[in-house]
Design a protein around this ligand. Structure first.
Ligand SMILES: [Fe+2]
Length: 321
């Protein structure tokens, strides 16, 4: 019998749904303008099976994609799982096989080495496909009408990255999809890439860089000429994973870095600006440029703001079902 953890990550507004389906012609309050013709997409973590660990984090759940299709003054609803490699393997087994968030050491032996992505963080239509994204795994392609999953893509071999951001930016002038990947040489590594994909789906820019220390590189900013990264002192190490503690913790001994590079270069021009110890919870508000002067709008605090990512070294916890 399915048994989900009795904690805030799986109850109340975060309780699981686990239901795929279609509803034609939703009941509405008010009116939808007849000329409105398009779709609103959303994705949320919705674990297919009860997690292997009682203190699992809710954003370790499988991505469930919803589409609200507006046309002729009505709205049709469709909801499907992003059928990742993980989803397929667990569906065939009838139970969870992958373990704790961002910790491959906790996986069942039968899925060692498989892509752990859940595609649960963001969805966006680009170049005729729905991109379903999670920052620790490649880009999953889905059909924007049927929500059928096509699978992970390397963009014709031009972008064979193990991790693909869930917070891309669309350049308003070119329509390019601007993104990045981190920990590309394996868990906890510092190797990163910046890339741009044009509106036809071709990879037109590619750069490589290395962050000063491993971090959760969750979001970034672009200006017409520059890509701007914030390397907050989120940290992790193999001991953390081996003891199955929360992957990320805030190491107050580390500096905070802002990195700036040209978008049309190869990454070798990256400049790192070192700031006083502080931390950005997750997200970038905006970035603009005035010539070569860049303005970055970023929420920063002296204490960590993520309840699931402790400050300092987290106390050892043993995760049990
Ligand atoms: Fe985010």
């Amino acid at each position: 019998m399915a048994h989900f953890p009795d904690n805030p990550g799986f109850t109340a507004v975060l309780r699981t749904i686990r239901m795929e389906g279609d509803i034609a012609d939703l009941e509405l309050e008010g009116e939808v303008p007849a000329e409105l013709d398009g779709a609103f997409y959303r994705v949320h973590p919705d674990p297919q099976f009860a997690p292997r660990f009682a203190d699992d984090q809710f954003f370790n759940g499988d991505g469930m994609v919803s589409m609200f299709r507006f046309h002729n003054g009505r709205i049709d609803f469709r909801q499907r799982y992003a059928r990742t490699d993980k989803w397929k393997l667990e569906n065939a087994a009838g139970r969870a096989l992958f373990g704790a968030y961002r910790n491959p050491l906790t996986d069942d032996e039968s899925v060692k080495g498989q892509i752990r992505g859940t595609a649960n963080t963001n969805v966006m239509v680009h170049a005729g496909r729905l991109f379903a994204m999670k920052e620790d795994s490649p880009c999953l392609l889905m059909d924007p009408e049927t929500l059928e999953t096509h699978g992970y893509t390397t963009f014709g071999g031009d972008l064979d990255v193990s991790a693909f951001t869930a917070h891309p930016k669309i350049d308003p002038d070119t329509g390019n999809f601007c993104g990045f990947g981190y920990a590309l040489a394996g868990p906890l590594t510092r190797e990163c890439a910046y890339f741009e994909i044009d509106p036809q789906g071709a990879v037109v820019r590619r750069a490589a860089f290395t962050v000063p220390h491993y971090t959760m590189l969750h979001d970034f900013g672009i200006t017409p000429d520059y890509a701007v990264f914030n390397v907050s002192p989120w940290s992790s190490d193999m001991a953390t994973l081996a003891q199955n503690r929360p992957h990320f913790w805030y190491d107050r001994s580390l500096p905070f870095y802002i990195g700036v590079m040209r978008r049309d270069g190869d990454g070798s021009d990256m400049r790192w600006f070192r700031l006083e110890p502080s931390v950005c919870g997750c997200h970038v508000m905006n970035a603009t440029q005035d010539g070569t002067k860049i303005h970055l709008d970023l929420p920063v605090s002296e204490t960590g703001s993520l309840p699931f990512s402790p400050t300092g070294m987290a106390p050892p916890t043993i995760r049990r079902r």
